[in-house]
Write a protein that binds this ligand. Sequence first.
Ligand code: GSH
Length: 205
Amino acid sequence: METYKLMYFDGYGLGEPARWLFALAGQPYEDYRFQEGEWPSVKPNTPCGQAPILVVDGKQFSQTKAILRYLAKQFGFFAASDWDQARGDMVADYLDDIRKPLPEIYLEKDEAKKKELLDNYMENFPKSLKNLEKILTENQGGDGYFAGDKITWTDVYFVCNINIFTRMLPKTLLEPFPKLKALMERVESLPAIADWIKRRPVTKA
Ligand code: GSH
């Protein structure tokens, strides 16, 4: 039996989707969160100088989606066909594009500038969600998941990211997109996910 240790900062960010996959799989792991000031001494000993890092039986690798794909394969959350997985990869990569401006907005200290950045972002966000609603609808009418006929890591990545975004963006974001909204509710209400959301450490970011 493998031992797993997920190393990340004490926040949701790029570490949280892997935590959701561990929860969904019911797989025990060490949810290691760097202490204040610890990262600079860890960084030089990591493959890319970035977190999250997954340590499996003492060996490590990094990159969020590499970690998610690896865990998905171990736990049965990889798409069943190459085609379905390609569609799932498309959604995950698109989500990264959508998320790109958010750290700058989040870290902006000047309130007026922050509002300007956020207003600008919010003008474009619905267009991206409209595309995602269409992509979801193309798979089994949109009443299931993004890739094939079962939940995959892409659905977890999508729902977890939107769950994090809506801490900073309006909660009503998904109202015009019923298929995406239903997918959020479907995944967030899975007992293992609902339980993790309830018991996970509450952090600022
Ligand atoms: N493409 C990488 C991934 O998906 O894992 C990006 C990782 C990344 O930017 N991680 C940030 C980090 O390690 C935290 S969210 N920052 C500290 C540093 O670069 O020293």
